[in-house]
Design a protein around this ligand. Structure first.
Ligand SMILES: Nc1ncnc2c1ncn2[C@@H]1O[C@H](COP(=O)(O)OP(=O)(O)OP(=O)(O)O)[C@@H](O)[C@H]1O
Length: 255
């Protein structure tokens, strides 16, 4: 089966200078890959490269088997959705309008979204349990509500791969749980998700796989349990890290 997202010998960086090299990823339907690494390790740089916003310093990114570098943006948008860390817009769109932007991604530049797109947008909001927010202005929503709207936009976009940059960074406990559930829901529908997080417990809860990056290279890549060892996380963050097995089967990491 062709992976939804694949990188081969990828090196990412700025103005031709690599910050992170040796990235060989392969992500299939329904898999959640959590990217972990200290500040400045190159996580955002990697995401910007996967989104086609920065050229690779070396190597390739393939979306559904096709080289990203050869694709027009309109094609990339059909295959890959982005949930940014936060949304900063001065425009008081309705939440539904923002989700409609995802649903309308396949329309031509001057076409207006019609009944089919509105239905897709509404269904995405219902799926995530936020239909009641449809008429609200996004500038008035809380950070957690806005994050759910951005995930609904990704769902309505219908892309089979979603990239999420620290999707729960500024959220309270309840919203972290809601967003976590939404991410697992997306995966259960066959979407491949790659997300960055600074919380090893969250990576162990949400991820099928983990990618550890630091000091310019990949320090671990594979199933969460095998990769997220106390030794590797201690080396990654350069502080002693202890790993505990929880009774329900989960993992907890502490300093
Ligand atoms: N526009 C840029 N031009 C040049 N260098 C940059 C640029 N943006 C980031 N960098 C550098 O690239 C390196 C990686 O930065 P990046 O933002 O990808 O790290 P990160 O892992 O996302 O960090 P954090 O966890 O703090 O968000 C850093 O050394 C940073 O200073």
């Amino acid at each position: 089966m062709i992976p939804l997202l694949q990188t081969r010998g990828l090196s990412v960086g700025h103005r031709g200078r690599p910050v992170l090299s040796g990235i060989d990823l392969s992500l299939g339907p329904g898999q959640v890959l959590c990217l972990l690494g200290p500040n400045g390790a190159g996580k955002t740089t990697l995401f910007r490269t996967l989104l086609g916003l920065l050229p690779a310093v070396a190597g390739d990114v393939l979306l559904e088997g096709q080289p990203l570098a050869m694709m027009p943006r309109s094609r990339i948008a059909c295959l890959l959705a982005h949930v940014p860390q936060s949304l900063s817009t001065p425009f008081a769109f309705r939440a539904l309008d923002l989700v409609l932007m995802g649903a309308a991604i396949r329309l031509g530049p001057f076409a207006r979204p019609g009944a089919a797109e509105t239905l897709r947008a509404t269904e995405a909001m219902e799926t995530l349990g936020i239909a009641a927010l449809a008429e609200e202005e996004i500038t008035r929503l809380s950070g957690g509500q806005r994050q759910m709207v951005l995930i609904a936009r990704a769902l309505a976009q219908g892309a089979r791969t979603v990239v999420m940059d620290e999707p729960t960074a500024s959220l309270d406990f309840a919203n972290r749980i809601r967003v976590g559930r939404a991410i697992r829901d997306l995966a259960d529908r066959g979407t491949a998700v790659i997300l960055s997080t600074h919380d090893p417990d969250q990576a162990a809860t949400l991820g099928d796989r983990a990618l550890l990056v630091g000091r310019g290279q990949v320090l671990g890549d594979g199933p969460v349990r095998g990769v997220m060892t106390a030794e590797r996380l201690s080396a990654l963050y350069e502080v002693p890290v202890h790993r505990e097995a929880l009774s329900g089967g989960g993992l907890h990491f502490r300093g």
